[in-house]
Ligand binder design. Structure first.
Ligand code: FCB
Length: 494
């Protein structure tokens, strides 16, 4: 549980929007945002890099998992994905040309440490050096995420994140990256969506490593929090002026009806999942309501939980996509249905579009935890894009989705939330985990046969939004025409 899954191959029925019309004019939407706001894109290693067996990379649990029959809806793997490992110069030029100020990417742990600990793979480290240099050269600020779910397989073979030794393994890995890239990279993130990794990978079995055991998932979550605290200390020590955070996926959780049972269920779920990470990170230990729900459901059997140390976050990363409605099937904890209410406006993932939920979540997180900064580290939408006969991809659903959420973010900003950045998921269509290549989140379309990149309408819209925020700082290429660099070297226009 953790991420309502769109069923593979399910037909998408676009419906006439029931939502009030939104003003998508990028110039107007841009107005409330400060000039130094970090507009960017987010991505992760396994979803885009490919080159799975190149230059000394070791296997990760996603390489193993993707090969299990039935694990990935379309039978695909991340072996090639967007071939970003080879095409990163083009991809960096592309994001810079769209005006991105920042780019959030993840390191493949097994590319730099093929067996997770010990021997360093210099060629793997060199790749990230080149990537960072390319970004800095293009005026795009790097935000490094150390863990986007692709644990080295060799460490899984030693118990993975359920083994408390992972705190040391992860801290050494973090220190290696911090000492090699910390001279140029100040923005760091330890984990992406620790709840998805722990719960969907170890209790639901639908993500790598594919386990189905709640007590293991609880141990994994606990060790993620401990590994974060230790690694954050290491990065702070090694990188003067560094900013270290974590990306937590908090979607809006609401009871499906007004019944007492649904209200209790929604409260328990949000505590057992979201506050489960947030409360300890902000020094409050595990939340009572969540503890009660996990205990009642038998998830804590054989475990002696001790509150992990506080996370000392310099910023809280928020990944927000949707509203989840919780409906209780019985009075038992975790006997719940979680997902979009039927009839609601949904993306191709079956996720309920609720931008007011983004505004409210930002306000609530700010009120409850008062983090020094909040960054929207992911937001975006999958729609079944089509390439029209003129080569254009008119993804108006995505533009609408993004405009609504940017407007919601600006409302939160005006209400005093210390919001400093917004990262769209994602620059490119990519490998969407257990759904393979069947869900496209990119603002840039990828033809996976030719690897050709083509800007969708949403990419041009985002470019105008960013350019509208601070025209004075615009660089060549920020304008709407592709510009000579794009025309000559970035094969994105038709
Ligand atoms: C988030 C993940 C990201 C991507 C988006 C759609 O949960 O962090 O990798 O899959 O969802």
């Amino acid at each position: 549980m953790g991420r309502p899954r769109a069923r593979a191959g399910r037909a998408y029925h676009p419906r006439v929007s029931t939502l009030p019309k939104v003003d998508t004019d990028p110039a107007r939407l841009a107005q409330p945002f400060p000039a130094d706001f970090a507009w960017g894109f987010a991505a992760s290693a396994y979803q885009i890099e490919g080159a799975a067996a190149e230059d000394g990379r070791g296997p990760s649990i996603w390489d193993t998992f993707a090969r299990q029959p039935g694990a990935i809806a379309d039978g695909s793997t991340g072996d090639v994905a967007c071939d970003h490992f080879h095409r990163y110069p083009e991809d960096v030029r592309l994001m810079a040309d769209l005006g991105a100020r920042a780019y959030r990417f993840s390191i493949s742990w097994s590319r730099v440490l093929p067996t997770g600990t010990g021997a360093i793979n210099q060629r793997g480290l060199d790749f990230y050096q080149r990537l960072v240099d390319a970004m800095l050269g293009a005026g795009v600020k790097p935000l490094i995420n150390l863990f986007h779910w692709d644990l080295p397989q060799a460490l899984q073979d030693r118990g993975g994140f359920a083994n408390p030794e992972v705190v040391g393994w992860f801290t050494d890995y973090a220190a290696l990256l911090a000492s090699n890239l910390g001279d140029r990279v100040k923005a760091w993130m330890t984990f992406n969506e620790p709840a998805v990794f722990a719960f969907m990978g170890h209790a639901d079995g639908v993500h790598a490593p594919g386990l189905r055991d709640w007590p293991t998932a609880i141990l994994v979550a606990d060790n993620e929090l401990r590994a974060h605290a230790a690694a954050a200390r290491a990065i702070h020590d090694l990188v003067p002026g560094s900013s270290v955070g974590m990306a937590i996926d908090v979607n809006q959780v609401v009871p499906a009806t007004d019944s007492e049972r649904d209200r209790v269920a929604a409260g328990q779920w949000s505590s057992a999942r979201d506050a489960w990470f947030l409360d300890p990170l902000f020094g409050r230990g595990y939340p009572a309501l969540g503890l009660e729900a996990h205990r009642e459901a038998g998830h804590l059997e054989g475990i002696d939980l001790i509150d992990p140390p506080a996370g000392d976050l310099d910023y809280l990363g928020l990944n927000y996509y949707r509203r989840d409605s919780v409906s209780a099937r019985s009075d038992r904890a975790f006997d719940w249905d979680i997902g979009a209410v039927s009839g609601s406006e949904q993306t191709q993932m079956g996720w309920h579009v609720a931008s007011d939920g983004l505004r409210d979540t930002l306000l609530e997180l700010n009120q409850a935890y008062a983090p020094p900064e909040i960054v929207i580290t992911e937001n975006g939408a999958a729609y079944p894009d089509t390439v029209d006969s003129d080569g254009r991809i008119r993804d108006s659903g995505r533009v609408d989705y993004l405009a609504r959420h940017v407007a919601a973010a600006s409302e939160a900003l005006r209400a005093g939330v210390p919001l400093t950045g917004y990262y769209v998921w994602s620059l490119l269509d990519n490998f969407e985990w257990s759904l393979g290549f069947d869900r496209r989140f990119g603002l840039v379309h990828v033809d996976f046969d030719s690897q050709r990149r083509t800007r969708k309408d949403s990419a041009r819209w985002y470019q105008r939004l960013i350019a509208g925020v601070a025209p004075s700082t615009s660089r060549p290429g920020d304008d709407l025409s592709p510009g000579p660099r794009a025309r000559d070297r970035v094969d994105t226009e038709r």
